[in-house]
Write a protein that binds this ligand. Structure first.
Ligand SMILES: [Zn+2]
Length: 299
């Protein structure tokens, strides 16, 4: 099968996986496409919620007998543990899939990983297919796992009068991809109401003052893997100091010549660099990520 068929299918699987953003935690967002032996898509799916079918199970169910001798294209290593749902590596073996293409290894594999078990069963496994593109969706989940705290995005508005909380209309649009939204001046809510089953993610009872470490630990323990953080600069400052903010979204309606920040920084805190911009109806949305000295000069 030409490799372009596999990469096309992986790009589709990555897109599907993104539909799980904001609802799969503490599980990862994963997408899967099944190709028959001629390279035709015969099944696809994505993981939506912990406790419900994994991406591979959805895709195999759709493919039925047409999966035999075909290729499963998955954004993350198929799981090897039987939990609330059967192990995906076994489902792929049972369906007699001949090849499996995986983008990224699952660091939570318990014991021997799904890939090793598939290979032992005679399945041809290719790993690292479009890994960087798959990371666009599952990367924050992987980072959260490594750091043992939610991948945290800070959002604020920059206007002629200084830094303030993100615009509520914009927030309505942006919050759906996050497991939870924590406004340091008032509330903690699920990103998309009812997106998670209450038995798999529970928001802790947090009270000010918010110590970054214990706050993020409590959220992680509750199942939160992605967090949108809001609040005035003085309340956000400890989170910046403790380097627990991974990404920043700045909504700017700045007027030139109006710089009068009292936060100690102009538009981005030290240690962050721009990655992209979007022009909106009312201004600009700027995205930034944390950098360290070794990556400061890398685009
Ligand atoms: Zn699975």
């Amino acid at each position: 099968m030409p490799s372009s068929v596999i990469t096309d299918a992986m790009r589709r699987a990555i897109l599907l996986s993104a539909h799980g953003l904001g609802s799969t935690s503490p599980n990862p967002p994963v997408g899967c496409v099944i190709l028959d032996s001629n390279g035709v898509i015969v099944g696809e799916g994505y993981h939506e919620r912990k406790g419900e079918s994994h991406a591979e199970a959805h895709a195999l169910r759709a493919a039925g007998a047409r999966a035999r001798g075909g290729t499963a294209v998955v954004t993350l290593e198929p799981c090897n543990h039987v939990g609330r749902t059967p192990a995906c590596h076994q489902a792929l073996i049972d369906a007699q899939v001949a090849n499996v293409a995986v983008a990224l290894i699952d660091p939570t594999s318990r014991g021997e990983g799904g890939i090793a078990l598939l290979r032992r069963a005679g399945v041809n496994v290719e790993v690292g297919v479009l890994a960087n593109e798959a990371r666009l969706v599952v990367g924050p989940w992987l980072d959260a796992l490594e750091a043992r705290r939610p991948f945290t995005t800070l959002a604020y508005r920059l206007s002629a009068s200084g830094i303030s909380s993100a615009d509520s209309a914009l927030l309505c649009e942006r919050r759906h991809q996050f497991d939870a939204v924590l406004d340091l001046s008032g509330f903690l809510e699920e990103g998309r109401a009812g997106a998670h089953r209450p038995d798999v993610m529970s928001l802790p009872g947090l009270r000010p003052p918010y110590d970054p470490k214990s706050t993020l630990e409590a959220l992680y323990t509750g199942g939160v893997r992605s967090l949108l953080l809001l609040g005035p600069p003085d309340m956000v400052a400890p989170f910046l100091v403790s380097q627990t903010i991974d990404r920043i979204e700045v909504e700017s309606t700045l007027v030139t010549g109006s710089s009068q920040q009292e936060s100690g920084w102009e538009c981005l805190p030290p240690g962050y660099r721009w990655t992209s911009f979007t022009r909106t109806r009312v201004g600009v949305l700027g995205y930034a990520v944390q950098y360290n000295d070794t990556s400061a000069n890398v685009n």
